[in-house]
Design a protein around this ligand. Structure first.
Ligand SMILES: *Cc1c(COP(=O)(O)O)cnc(C)c1O
Length: 494
């Protein structure tokens, strides 16, 4: 009797284990041109006799293997993704359809400008909309991600201050900041000085005023900040910096709480980035591609990356003659397909639609907050914006930590929330539903979280063992990070 096959959804063997010598997934006709000697064409270092251990399988085996694996992915198209700080919203299919329009999908960065007028118009239009949304004067679309936008923004600040003969050393960063902020400041050559948050989870104005002196180039602030609270003194913060010749950088990753309601340019921000792959609904996750456009006030515009788009009678063209520019920050013009999707999203929503998305995102986060308060500890009183933060202090009494609750949530069919971030909240649970979740889905999420809170009292052991319904249960995450196995080894090979 044969082995009983595991249901395909529960087990998938390595492709290597299906391999047998000589099996092949393609057939080509005989060459009708003289063969080229690969060693002469590529150089002998690039030519291998064989690839050791490469799986030899048929087409149908490759297709089934990867199709089955793809069904194991949790994705925004399969369920709610409440990761805080990430704005994992649904990406409308309309954006995809627009990005696949013939002229757009076939465009090439080396196309002459006269044949790329449509592409230039797309970029120019998107720049204008983003500037309007942020209340800023000019935008560059080049940076490929949020962190890349931060670096671009700080290089702009550096170029501006140096052009005034006032190079400075220090960048101030609140202790609630996303880890990319201090990393960026350090890579841009600045010394980082941390500003402690006050009891309310905000920047304390008096503390900030004490910290700003003539060595400070900028403050990098996220608003709403990473505890999901709007920095209410932001205009005074900006004034305190400007009085001493320092700049205000805003990390715009949380713009999903502001679009259509408040404009950073109006509350004193000099430079900021946006994450199009968060706020403007382009696909997100798996390492990219993303886009982190940077918006600036007029005084920083001369320093923006090359080239800029210029409009004349004869049409649009690239302007390379900008001596104060920091130069290119990326090959070509940014991740163009992502830019197209963001523009499609903006146009499909219109001003009212964008504003509604913001209002719904804030409403949804507060709905969850209300649904869970009393079951999970709220570290801050101030109303939440687009995300809400709890701590695990009630559950920790039973030995259940935020990471355990997150794992149990997988059994309930949800992607975990953000675990243990921001760092200033001990045992943080950070939840961001976004506007794209229905009330039905939010209710199911709340019910799951409440049920886990009960289980934490009744059966803490179960939660510490979870997930228990998945293909793989707890893995040793430390070992996986420290000693990853990146290569298949045949039995007996160590
Ligand atoms: C996501 C995020 C970033 C980094 O953006 P990437 O596009 O991932 O580089 C920076 N700051 C905050 C607050 C974020 O949420």
């Amino acid at each position: 009797m044969g082995r009983i096959r595991q249901h395909q959804a529960l087990e998938e063997r390595l492709l290597f284990e299906r391999s047998s010598p000589g099996k092949i997934g393609y057939q080509l006709p005989a060459l009708d041109v003289p063969p080229v000697d690969p060693e002469r064409a590529l150089g002998s270092v690039h030519v291998r006799e064989e690839i050791p251990g490469f799986p030899e399988v048929s087409e149908v085996e490759v297709i089934r293997h990867f199709t089955r694996l793809s069904s194991w992915n949790y994705a925004i198209d399969s369920g709610m993704y409440p990761l805080g700080s990430c704005t994992m919203k649904y990406n409308p299919r309309l954006n995809e359809a627009v990005a696949r329009i013939d002229g757009i999908i076939d465009a090439h960065p080396y196309q002459p400008e006269c044949l790329a007028q449509g592409m230039l118009e797309i970029q120019r239009t998107l720049e204008a909309y983003l500037a309007e949304i942020c209340g800023m004067d000019a935008v560059t679309l080049q940076p490929a991600a949020g962190a890349h936008g931060e670096l671009t923004g700080l290089l702009l600040i550096r170029a501006y201050l140096e052009s005034r003969g006032d190079a400075r050393r220090v960048v101030l960063i609140p202790d609630s900041a996303h880890g990319t902020n201090p990393a960026t400041a350090s890579i841009a050559g600045y010394e980082v000085v941390e500003i402690p948050s006050n009891r309310l989870g905000m920047i304390d104005l008096a503390t900030l005023r004490d910290a700003v002196d003539d060595s400070v180039a900028a403050l990098m602030v996220t608003n709403p900040n990473t505890v999901g609270i709007f920095e209410q003194d932001i205009a005074e913060v900006a004034a305190a910096l400007h009085e001493r010749g320092a700049q205000l950088y805003m990390d715009g990753a949380n713009m999903n709480a502001l679009v259509g309601i408040a404009r950073p340019g109006d509350f004193g921000v000099d430079v900021m980035h946006l994450n199009l792959h968060k706020t403007f609904s382009t696909p997100h996750g798996g390492g990219g591609p993303g886009a982190g456009p940077v918006a600036v006030k007029r005084h920083l515009e001369p320093h923006l990356p090359l080239p800029r788009i210029r409009a004349a009678e004869s049409g649009l063209s690239f302007d390379w003659d900008r001596p104060a520019s920091i130069g290119r920050v990326r090959a070509f013009y940014g991740n163009f397909g992502v830019l197209v999707r963001a523009l499609a999203y903006i146009l499909a929503h219109g001003g009212d639609g964008l504003r509604n998305a913001t209002v719904d995102a804030v409403l949804n986060a507060n709905y969850i907050r209300k649904g869970l308060e009393g079951r999970y500890e709220l570290p801050y009183e101030a109303p939440s914006m687009h995300e809400c933060i709890f701590s695990d202090s009630r559950q920790a009494k039973h030995g259940v930590k935020t990471g355990d609750i997150a794992k149990r949530l997988i059994d309930y069919g949800f992607h975990p929330y953000t675990v243990s971030f921001p760092l200033i909240v001990r045992g943080a649970l950070m939840i961001e539903p976004t506007e794209t979740e229905s009330k039905h889905e939010l209710d199911e999420f709340i019910a799951a979280m409440r049920s886990i809170a009960e289980e934490a009292e009744r059966d803490p052991d179960l939660i510490r063992r979870s997930p228990v319904t998945t293909r793989t249960s707890r893995v040793d995450e430390t070992r996986a990070a420290r000693k990853p196995i990146l290569k298949w080894q045949s039995a007996g090979q160590e």
